[in-house]
Design a binder for this molecule. Sequence first.
Ligand code: SF4
Ligand code: ZN
Length: 511
Amino acid sequence: MRAPLIYGGNKPGQWKEISDYIRNRVPAFILLLSHVDELLVATGLGALAFGLPIITDLEVPQLGKIDTTLFEALVTEKDYAKLPSKCILTRGIKVKMSQVAVPVPYAAAFEGERVRREQLAVEFGGKASAVIEFLSSGDEASITDGSVELIGPAIDQLPAGSKSLPLAIVVDVFGRKMQKDFEPILERQIHRFVNYCMGLMHMGQRDMVWIRISKDAYGKGFRLKHLGVILHAMLHAEYSAIVDKVQVKLYTTQDDVSRISSQAQQTYNQRDERLAGMTDESVDTFYSCLLCQSFAPNHVCVVTPERLGLCGAYSWLDAKASFEIIPTGPNQPILKGNLLDGRLGQWDNINTFVQQKSNQTIEAVSMYSLMDGPQSSCGCFECIVAIVPEANGVMLVHRDYVGSTPSGMSFTTLAGSVGGGVQTPGFLGVGKLYILSKKFISAEGGLARVVWMPKELKEILGDKLKSRIQEIGQDGLLDKIADESVATTLEELLVFLKKVEHPALTMDAII
Ligand code: SF4
Ligand code: ZN
C-alpha cells in the first residue's frame, strides 16, 4: 500500500489506481509457510485483491488465475528447493542475468574470433568427434532453472595427447509464451552466444557443430559447464519475452551423443516438413538473415518458403517466428516488390535490400540461379553446388564428404573459394533441403543438371530425392548421377555420363 501512496502519488481512497499500481509495478508475492490462521487468511485475501499470488507449503485447495492475478492465485509447492523459482514464475517476474559468470571476458566483440590449431586446448566436432546441439521446450516441473549438468568425462580428464571429445549440448526451456516454432530459433542462437566468449570458437548448427576452446581460455579456468552458464544467462537476457526457465545438460560419451542425435533427427525432420506445400509465389514477403555477418560482413541470406538459409537451420517459418520474438533482430521481413525476372527469381525490393545490407557489394541477387547473380555464401553452408563446365552440369558435395571430387577439389578447398560473403557465379553454398526444392537452380534447369554427388548425400536425401526425380519426369536420373564409386576425376566422370546418357549433356549450354 505504501508504494502507490509514496511513489505512485496516489491518494487514500483511490482504490482502482492503487490496486492497478500494485498489480503492474510491484513485483511482490506472498510466501506462506508452515501455518495459517484467520488473520493470515484475511491478509492473504487482501493481497489477492491486489494481484499478488500466494505460494505456500501447506496442503490447501489450489486456485488458478483470478481476475486480478497475472497467473495462478494460490499454489502449493512442498519442495523447498523449488520454492524461489515457483514464486518468481507465479508472479511473472522476469529473470535477468546482469553478468555472464565465466572466467574469461564475454562480449559481442569476440564473436568473429578464431581458435587456431597452435592455440587449441580441446575441440568438439569438426572432423575430430561427433557433436550435436539440441534445444526443446518442456513442462515447467521438469526443468530446474539454472541447472547445468555434465554427464560423462570432463575436459580435465582427457588422456594425455588427446584433444577432443564427443559432445551433446541439450538445452531444455520452459516459457509461458514459448511455442514449438520458436525452438529452432533459440537453438540457432547457441552459435552466437558461445562465440561471444573470448577464446572460444563455434561453427555450424544442429548435428554439424564445431567448437574449439583455446589454451588461454582453458588456462583461465574455462570448463564445459561454462557453456551451460552462458546459455542460461543469455537465453534469459535476450529472450525473456518467451523464456522463463533454462536448464542445460552436457553429454560427453559417444553413446549418449549417438542416442541424442537419432532422437533429434526426428525433430529436425518435423521442423523441415512444416513448410511442405508452401511456395514462393504464395507469399508477398521473404525474410532476411544477417546472423552470419559477424564472420562474413557482407553476407545476406534471403530466406524464402522454397529456399531455406544455406546453413540449413533457418527456414522461412523460422525467420518469421524469429522476427515475431525480436522485431529488431537479424531476421527482417522484406516485401518482395515487383518481379524483375521470374526465371532468375529477382524482385526489386529484394535487390535493394541486399544492396544495402551487403554494404553495396552486391548489386542484384537471384533466388534461383547459380550462374547469374547467385546468392553469396558465408561459410556455414551444408552443401556446395559447383559448376562442372565440361559436363555442362553441376556437382554437389556436402560437408561430411572428405574425398576428392571431379572438380579436383575437396569440400574444404571448395569451401575456401565459395565462402566469405561474396557472390561467385558457378558456385553456391546451399542448405541440403534446397536441393529438393522445385526452385533448386531452376534457372539452369534444376536437378537434371546434377552430374555428381557423394553416395552419402544420395542416402541422406533418400526417398525425398527419388520422389522429386519422379515429379520432374526424369526416372532413372538417380542412377545417372555419378558418385565416388564410379568417378572421382573429371575424365572418369565424362566417360560415365556419356555411357548413361545423362540429360545434362544435351541441355542448353550452362555457360
Ligand atoms: Fe542466417 Fe544464412 Fe547464417 Fe543461416 S547461413 S544463420 S540463414 S545468415
Ligand atoms: Zn553462415
